[in-house]
Write a protein that binds this ligand. Structure first.
Ligand code: ASN
Length: 302
């Protein structure tokens, strides 16, 4: 359809720009304040999977590149009650992830956090945000969508919810792609077990071992859109979770100082902008969703 891949990219970037504009407008209209991202810090998200090390030396101390702003989001809530950032994340993924077609070593997530919120409350924000973005893109990027051959549906709310247990029972441990392919509208995957997630997602006090967290799964095989949940915010809980994950607390001492002073209870999530663009524009590979993509296993990218 495209004589030139630059022509296709031009449409994609136009849509992506509209996605970011609409998301900003939606969040600002609901009382969120935009904060600027942190890229270099003493602590970052430990993630639940291995990536290449992004550590740099500064004043003889190891500083790291942001894998997600989760810990900074919690601390930022001491200043403002509803925050978001378009946050560049550097996750230097191993080559094994390349065939999944949805990983980039450098991407941006729209990361938000709400003081005092429950999981249900941020799920509602996620649904409102998603629908607002779909509507705006349909309205303001009709020519681009037509050129990309995309008929973009606007899903009904509330979205369906599936528990992690149900997903594994139906599709096995590698549920991501088959679950996503089975969906005709986005759906929430909820209640991950403690062992498969990071220490900051809050354990349900009524169901030990089960977390009050969620992913949003795209339909049509596009896979995971978003991760989030309620947060652990008290020192005893955080120390216990770090211990369960075998993480020495000293590794997070710069963060734990703030936890000791007091963090608010909160919930939030982060949605990957390139993945959202890939879904909206119907792109086969996430590398088509941005300029200067860094795909796992490809050396020498600009
Ligand atoms: N941004 C996610 C969250 O808010 C964390 C992540 O990206 N791993 O939970």
């Amino acid at each position: 359809m495209f004589s030139d891949s630059a022509e296709k990219l031009k449409h994609v970037l136009q849509v992506k720009s509209e996605i970011m504009r609409a998301a900003r407008e939606y969040l600002r209209s609901r009382g969120f304040v935009e904060i600027l991202p942190v890229i270099l810090s003493r602590v970052t998200d430990p993630l639940h999977h291995e990536t290449y090390d992004g550590t740099v030396d500064y004043y003889g101390r190891p500083y790291t590149l942001t894998k997600s702003m989760i810990l900074h989001k919690q601390i930022a809530l001491r200043t403002a009650p509803r925050i978001f950032a378009f946050s560049p994340n550097v996750r230097m993924e191993p080559e094994e992830r390349a065939p999944l077609r949805r990983y980039l070593a450098e991407f941006v997530q729209l990361d938000l956090e709400v003081r005092g919120a429950s999981r249900d409350e941020v799920i509602e924000i996620g649904e409102g945000l998603f629908v607002a973005v779909m509507r705006s893109v349909r309205e303001n990027c009709a020519a681009e969508l037509a050129a990309l051959g995309r008929e973009l549906p606007v899903p009904e709310t509330p979205f369906d919810r599936i528990t992690y247990q149900e997903a594994v029972a139906r599709f096995g441990e590698d549920y991501d792609d088959p679950l996503s392919s089975s969906l005709s509208a986005p759906a929430w995957l909820i209640d991950f077990p403690r062992a498969v997630r990071e220490f900051y997602d809050r354990e349900d006090p009524a169901r030990p071992g089960v977390l009050l967290d969620m992913d949003l799964i795209y339909p049509e095989g596009y896979g995971e859109a978003l991760s989030g949940g309620e947060r652990e915010h008290t020192l005893p809980h955080i120390l216990r979770r770090l211990k369960q994950d075998g993480i020495p607390p000293e590794r997070f001492s710069a963060y734990l100082r703030f936890v000791e002073e007091g963090l608010p209870a909160s919930a939030g999530f982060g949605i990957g902008i390139e993945r959202l663009t890939r879904y909206v524009c119907n792109l086969g590979h996430i590398k088509e969703a941005r300029l200067f993509p860094k795909v796992p296993g490809v050396a020498d990218a600009l």
